[in-house]
Design a protein around this ligand. Structure first.
Ligand code: FAD
Length: 285
């Protein structure tokens, strides 16, 4: 525990404007579920802005899906909207996050804004072409989620800004899959991966391949997508694409796993994700 984490002020605003005004103050930091923040306990925090009374806990259909930033992972797992393909990829990622108790508290917005490479939801959301809706002192702006992350624990959020909601555009008929490998079932990912693909007449017309925990930010493996696009699915094609994705990874070695192991597992998980996404796109699962 960091002895210097002693915020002097705590606010629980009920409107977005007040929240961004408070957040623009020196040393102010958002707290949602606190499952990351109360572990990292950044010493420069003077004021906590609790965002849970802003009315941002919702999942609704609106030109695709809209999910408020304080929606918990348990809320995601209860939503029938996420049972449909390809949104199911987010449901699958939500079910892999931590353990049951944690999922009641941990929010989607916290998982994204914490901006650690191993986070589960961003990988699934980038595969769905999700967009971050950001609220700040000058109003609202949107950023594609694959451009939201700048580095480990660094995002495009500026002073006074916070994540309001996630917009997932209407999806073409597609199958998608999320895969994760952790040391144990409740651990953070050593590697995670998502794939979404659409089929037209048996040919892969569009695909997304995203990896987590192998790069400072979630990694969209565009060259691996190019291997799939315009081709008929085969296991050999999935293996070629997975190899290209694994080659793009730049994993670190740490106490959890070596970089070599992470790269090898990137190949395995991307291959599984492609095969599963294809099965789902064909409607066979
Ligand atoms: C035991 C344990 C197991 C875990 N397992 C996993 C796992 O398997 N997979 C995984 O991905 N994560 C895991 N986590 C990490 C964590 O639970 C998630 O990242 C969670 O979703 C964070 O959400 P929160 O609401 O608790 O965020 P908080 O801790 O409240 O906030 C996290 C960060 O995001 C910022 N923030 C929060 N909301 C917003 C917002 N709306 N706008 C701007 N900034 C915001 C905060 O200022 C803070 O910097 C685990 C954590 C623990 C303690």
């Amino acid at each position: 525990m960091d002895a210097h984490f002693k915020p002097e002020h705590y606010h629980r605003p009920t409107d977005l404007k007040t929240a961004s005004l408070l957040l623009a103050r020196r040393g102010a930091r958002v707290i949602a579920g606190g499952t990351d923040l109360l572990v990292t306990r950044p010493a420069d925090t003077e004021t906590l802005i609790d965002v849970k009374e802003l009315g941002l806990s919702f999942i609704r259909e609106e030109a695709g899906l809209r999910i408020g930033s304080t929606t918990t992972f348990s809320d995601l797992l209860r939503s029938p909207l996420l049972e449909r393909y390809p949104y199911r990829v987010l449901y699958d990622a939500a079910g892999e996050l931590g353990h049951h108790n944690l999922r009641h508290i941990a929010t989607l917005g916290g998982n994204i804004c914490n901006a650690v490479p191993s986070a589960d939801a961003p990988v699934a959301l980038i595969a769905l072409d999700a967009i971050a809706v950001i609220h700040g002192p000058t109003g609202e702006r949107t950023v594609r989620l694959d451009g939201f992350f700048k580095f480990v624990r660094e995002t495009v959020l500026k002073e006074g800004e916070f994540l309001k909601e996630i917009a997932i555009p209407v999806q073409p008929e597609a199958g998608a899959s999320f895969q994760k490998l952790g040391r144990t079932k409740v651990d953070i990912a050593l590697v995670n991966a998502a794939c979404r693909l659409s089929l037209v007449g048996g040919v892969i017309s569009e695909s997304r391949i995203v990896l987590g925990a192998v790069y400072p930010t979630p990694l969209r493996a565009r060259a691996a997508e190019d291997v799939l696009n315009g081709n008929e699915f085969s296991h050999a094609l999935a293996e070629r694409s997975a190899q290209v994705a694994a080659d793009a990874a730049m994993p670190i070695s740490d106490h959890r796993a070596s970089s070599e192991y992470r790269r090898e597992m990137s190949y395995v998980l991307v291959k599984r994700a492609i095969i599963k996404a294809h099965e789902r796109a064909e409607g066979t699962l």
